[in-house]
Design a protein around this ligand. Sequence first.
Ligand code: OVV
Length: 394
Amino acid sequence: MPIPASDIDPFSAAFFEDPFPAHEALREAGPVVRLSRYGVLACARHAEVKAILDDWRTFSSARGVGLQDFAKEKPSRPPSLVLETDPPLHDRTRKVQARVLSPAAIARLRETFAAVAGAMVGALAERGGFDAVADLAEAYPLTVFPDAMGMPRENRGHLLPFGNMVFNSFGPRNAFLEQAVADAREAVAWVFEQSKRENLAPEGFGAGIHAAADTGDLTAEETPQVVRSVLTAGVDTTVSGIGAAIYCLARFPEQFARLRAEPGLARNAFEEAVRHETPVQTFFRTTTRATEIGGESVEEGEKVLMFLGAANRDPRRWERPDEYDIGRRAAGHVGFGSGIHACVGMALARLEGECVLAALARRAARIEITGEPRRRYNNTLRGLASLPVRLVAT
Ligand code: OVV
């Protein structure tokens, strides 16, 4: 069977507004589809997406995990030493991040993260209404994450436009990327400066990564780049994830009621929101050899786009995929990826999500949407720009 073609543009405003009908069309077209606008292959079913993520030898990250092929074009920014690499380099850099962000290290943050979430949600509950994106989904990570990294208080807001630019850069050179690059001009210089050893407090994760230069695990040239990788991936993603969870709990009030009755479900409620909304929607791989995907022959050197969000709602894998169900076994979703590149910060992301949702469940009977939600357009991230809400008192 020839590989079917589709003219769907997954990097367009119409797609960002409502990707779900297109996701379904892509899943139904076949296990692999050619996106004629970009000349790349794409997979939208769970089985193929998972298989690609789990086979780094055939589906390489070293030629970039965006549309741009580093074998054909000079990378438009210095490639990440973790994300845009294969073993053995990947394993060496990843190991340092994984050690610093280990479940044990993250567990030590629990009390602080819960206290900050409680205080922030408490203050918001006192207000008539607020923006769940700016005032909570952004404000919370922008407090706890740079604190944990060991960063100064000033100018942390630069992390958002920086991440927004990098996540846009995995797509085509379209107007969303151009605008994001313009918006991140100051942020770029700031993030590079903040990644230096002398600008990170000795107790934080940043210093923990820099310590790898003393043991010889990384060079002194590599450590700031590995810090920058964490700064890039660690904020906009959790902003999208926390925003998604609040948006889900506001739209599915019976699920919020269930969370209030069973606060132990906060962690799974966040996980299910990551499945349902999928903050990181897409990444590419590049084939290192002729291979097959879902029984279809594919050549060497092909870019393959993985629709993580479509896989996370594939009816072949999930019952009632479009329902947000906090009691569901959400494990097995690919919202954090899978395989050697699976999100290295996921313990941190999950702790943030859990703390915010637990605080909301304690303080509110209901989350009421009081105005039109606005979407944020980004070539990779799915999230809201604004979500006006009110917490209805218990
Ligand atoms: C997962 C992710 C997203 C963006 C940047 C990076 C990683 C990085 O390693 O720089």
